[in-house]
Design a protein around this ligand. Sequence first.
Ligand code: ADP
Ligand code: MG
Length: 463
Amino acid sequence: MLEEALYRYFHYKQFRPGQKEAISSLLQGKDTLAVLPTGTGKSLCYQLPAYLKEGTILIVTPLISLMEDQLSSLQKNGEKRGVILNGNLNEQDKMYILEHLMNYKFVFLSPEMLMQEKILSRLQLVEIALFVVDEAHCISQWGIDFRPEYRNLKQAKKRLGNPITLALTATATNEVKEEIKTVLLNQNTDEYYDSVDRPNISLSVIQSKAKLADLKKILTNAKGSVLIYCATRKKVEELYYQLKNKYTIGYYHGGLDSSQRRLLQQQFINDQLQFLVCTNAFGMGVDKPDIRTVIHYELPDSMENYMQEIGRSGRDQKPSDAILLYQSKDEKIHYFMQQQAQQERELFEFRLEQKQLINLTELQEKWLRQIKISGKDFFLAQLRQNETEKQKKLEQMLGYVRYNGCRREFLLKYFGETLTEVPDRCCDFHGISNTSIEVKNFNFSAERMHWQDILLKMFKEEK
Ligand code: ADP
Ligand code: MG
């Protein structure tokens, strides 16, 4: 019985929703797509089969920090046969690992590493029990985290003799799920979805005219741990300095070095810091069950990211709150970042045309390698498509902010679900109010027509 194996290898008494189904499907030799909310335990879907099957588990993950998290959780469980193949390894260590691949049960690597001929040809010599693609939504140009390198995984999979594949992701629209299946999985695929809904998290948006003052009111009344998300590192630090004299607060973003990040994370987890102001770099792999409130001080760039970020609260299933503070024109920062990304791409195209491939940025270097694999026109079309998608996603996020109906209904519709039951503490439309703040909603009537149009269109497309 699978439950016995679960207890024997991990000491858990029962499966979380979706785990058992995904694992059984893999053990039957089927490619599997598991869309399960953040924190459910997606990693277990490959960890348990690893102990029940011969051969190596190959795990493709977009970020080194995610690899480290997963490896260290395996190690805590007594597993010594895990390794990370990353770009920072020196040649000697890399060769050692490649020559001893048979000795490792879990091999973590990025999609870029997997495309290196030296690595791929070595991997061809070992028996791959399972090919795992974590954060599989990165494959989709319709998605918010499109990573062109993920497109090569199809080719890599073929070179590895089409091993059984497990695609994992937390938040995917129907469009993205379809794309994962066509690009990555065999015809005969099993799929397991759990609802993205988190009924214990209330949803509210505060139209604010003075965000800092409103934020302080919330923090002063807050009970329990609070995460405050900003869109940029600069804003994170700025806000931190505005708050640090009054609150036990820390800040966290991808620009800090890894030992600093670990320390901050630990202090927050141990309740030495009640508040943490951060970018979306915080959260991946962080397992704190009792975060009570997630505040967005700046607008998220998409519903997908918003869902991921608020999903860090209330893992213990107790009542929690997601509050988005919106001040008119907050979207500007995202328009700016989108424009910058577009300019980088346009400059790249120009340099390609002129055959002037010098002084490329790191990202442009990566694009160049990608072009050699997937072809220029196809690749550039994908980049452009993804830019358009990101604009659309931002508009949909704004649609959520300006929506004057049930927020949960909106959110679920976005992910292709319907709300069947309104929970007790649903949203501001359903009477949740943040008593510390006098909520003044602006009148959007002038814009309303426009946003209603967007919503109607979006819901139609979902069908
Ligand atoms: P995800 O990738 O879905 O965000 P992780 O795989 O990182 O989540 O797991 C989150 C946490 O849940 C980990 O601490 C893991 O040990 C724990 N976990 C996973 N499965 C179970 C289970 N069946 N019972 C109890 N805890 C579990
Ligand atoms: Mg995960």
